[in-house]
Write a protein that binds this ligand. Structure first.
Ligand code: ADP
Length: 244
């Protein structure tokens, strides 16, 4: 479903991704861990071209972009629709209700029929446990509820892949569980997911594969059991010791 080849990203002189190769099969959940500044968010943002890679090939659902050549912006816009992104700070439109937030993308970007979108948005908000909050504005919702609207909003675009960028790190601890539960359910339904998170319990329980990044590279990858119980590199061992 996802294939990344030799991905590089520089911000000015700063090389942030230094040759990432990654494959994710359909229906798999990949959790990306690693120290702050190692390039995890940048990798995620390069998967939906919120950041334009400096070079490399990104392929999702058999659509491929090669950044060693000039990529037309229309192609990038189409490509971006393959992924749904969930942000650390929810990024909801503050002046729109939960329902309007979820309906916005399909109507303005995909030009879908309003009645159809509304039906889907209501069903998605029920799915994330917010069927009784359709007309609430973001400021009337808790962080956990806002993030669940964020997930429903991403799903409304019917993406092939869901990308989560530290979806629970802005939340009070007691609200983390309700968001992870929704993510877990999505995983069990077979959604292909790439998740940057510090929630190691989630990684252990839900990930098919864990990727440890450091200094712009994938240092180690494998099943959660291997990475957590039997890390190979010293850098992985050191990181896991620090977060325990
Ligand atoms: P992580 O998610 O692992 O904490 P990031 O991908 O956010 O790492 O950041 C990796 C490095 O790239 C950091 O040094 C960060 O300061 C830098 N960086 C990220 N985004 C930008 C940007 N838009 N402009 C310049 N530097 C950036």
């Amino acid at each position: 479903m996802i294939s990344v080849k030799s991905l590089y990203k520089q911000f000015g002189d700063l090389e942030v991704l230094k040759g990432i190769d990654l494959q994710v099969e359909q229906g798999k959940v990949v959790v990306v861990i690693g120290p702050s500044g190692s390039g995890k968010t940048t990798l995620l943002r390069c998967l939906n071209i919120l950041e334009k890679p400096t070079s490399g090939i990104v392929e999702i659902d058999q659509q491929s972009l090669d950044f060693s050549q000039k990529v037309p912006s229309g192609k990038i816009a189409d490509f971006r629709r393959l992924t749904g992104m969930v942000f650390q700070n929810y990024n909801l439109f503050p002046h729109m209700t939960a329902l309007q937030n979820v309906m916005e993308g399909p109507i303005t970007v995909k030009k879908e029929e309003k009645a159809k979108v509304k039906e889907r948005a209501i069903s998605l908000l029920h799915k994330v446990g917010l069927g009784d909050k359709l007309d609430f504005y973001p400021f009337q919702l808790s962080g956990g509820q806002q993030q669940r609207v964020g997930i429903a909003r991403a799903l409304a675009m019917e993406p092939k892949v869901m990308l989560f960028d530290e979806p629970t790190s802005a939340l009070d601890p007691e609200l983390v569980g309700e968001v992870l539960r929704v993510m877990k359910e999505l995983a069990h339904e077979g959604m292909t997911m790439v998740v940057v998170t510090h929630e190691m319990k989630f990684a252990k329980e839900v990930a098919d594969e864990v990727i440890f990044m450091d200094d712009g590279k994938i240092v180690e990858q494998g099943e959660p059991k291997e990475i957590f119980e039997n890390p190979i590199t010293d850098r992985t061992k050191q990181f896991l010791r620090l977060i325990e």
